[in-house]
Ligand binder design. Structure first.
Ligand code: FAD
Length: 281
């Protein structure tokens, strides 16, 4: 087992004052696990851009290492430059660099058609100081033309200057391990940190998974369907499934665990405690 797997927590930008207060309370509680960094998502095509900036600013002000997500699709080079300059002035040292998906109605993809081009642009314009995370997909990206193409495109993101990757969530550890084997065979040695999605709601998880291509194994989906109107049983089952997944990953030496918090404390806190991480006072 890896002796120092690093935790990281992902949040989304709130849309109200109440949401912002809630987010900072969740952030404060999860910071007691002393994560390696936290990150804040970003709406492709500009939506929630201000919300991301404000949340990143608030989190950095508490002293937490905070990585904004940045999407390239539908955004100009000048806009990307000024967004990054704004983050550098705040003290940002890490970015999660993504292609993003165009919001409905937008058709113009712009200069950054793939994340690889955005990674290259950030390196060309801002040098090597920023740590750049990119996305990886053990269950493969929904637009993927083949598993090996997906891995070659991931390699191009590293060749363009990415430092490490965070995966889309998955519930089958073997899909991650087989993906890592392929990735290593393709010559990628950078850390690929598994993304972990707690299970707390049937409708949201299935809708989201269908959209992003994350596979929910049939036996899990069937149980979640059975428990969809029984919140306590669903949460207990979800906790059990995700805790076992994390143990399996940790036992096999993953470099870290990146939690999709959905701006909630308890699901992540419960899992982290069960798998042996402690909170400071
Ligand atoms: P890419 O790496 O560009 O890949 C997209 C697709 O294009 C893949 O199918 C790939 O195989 C293919 N491809 C790549 N390069 C080429 C090429 N040269 N030629 C042909 N095909 C190619 N979305 C948001 O809007 N905001 C967020 O904050 C956000 N955060 C995320 C965080 C994580 C950890 C993950 C896993 C996803 C996140 N997403 C976010 C979703 C992401 O934007 C979508 O999954 C998007 O569809 C792909 O982004 P990417 O960076 O993986 O794209």
């Amino acid at each position: 087992m890896n002796t120092t797997p690093e935790l990281s927590f992902e949040f989304f930008p709130p849309r109200s004052v109440e949401g912002s207060e809630n987010l900072m309370a969740v952030h404060a509680e999860l910071m007691r696990f002393e994560p390696h960094f936290v990150s804040v998502t970003y709406g492709a095509g500009g939506s929630t851009q201000d919300g991301t900036f404000d949340a990143v600013k608030n989190m950095l002000a508490t002293g937490s290492s905070t990585a904004p997500h940045l999407t390239g699709v539908g955004t100009s080079r000048d806009d990307i430059k000024s967004i990054i300059q704004g983050y550098l002035e705040l003290g940002v040292k890490r970015l999660v660099v993504l292609r993003g998906d165009l919001p409905g109605g937008m058709v113009e993809r712009g200069h950054f058609k793939y994340a690889e081009q955005l990674v290259q642009f950030v390196r060309d314009e801002f040098g090597d100081d920023l740590h750049l995370e990119v996305a990886a997909y053990p269950d493969f990206h929904p637009e993927s033309t083949s598993p090996s193409n997906d891995i070659q495109y991931l390699k191009r993101k590293f060749d363009a200057g990415a430092n490490s990757a965070i995966t889309q969530y998955f519930y089958n550890a073997d899909s991650y391990f087989s993906f890592i084997d392929e990735v290593q065979r393709a010559g990628i040695s950078a850390p690929i940190v598994p993304g972990i999605m707690p299970i707390t709601n049937y409708a949201t998880l299935t809708r989201f998974s269908d959209a992003c291509g994350a596979e929910i194994p049939r036996w899990i989906r069937a149980r979640l369907e059975q428990y969809q109107h029984d919140e306590l049983s669903l949460k207990a089952f979800g906790l059990d499934v995700v805790t076992h997944l994390c143990f399996d990953l940790l036992d096999n030496g993953v470099p870290g665990l990146h939690f999709y918090t959905l701006n909630k404390t308890e699901p992540v806190q419960d899992i982290c405690k069960l798998i042996g991480f402690e909170q400071t006072n």
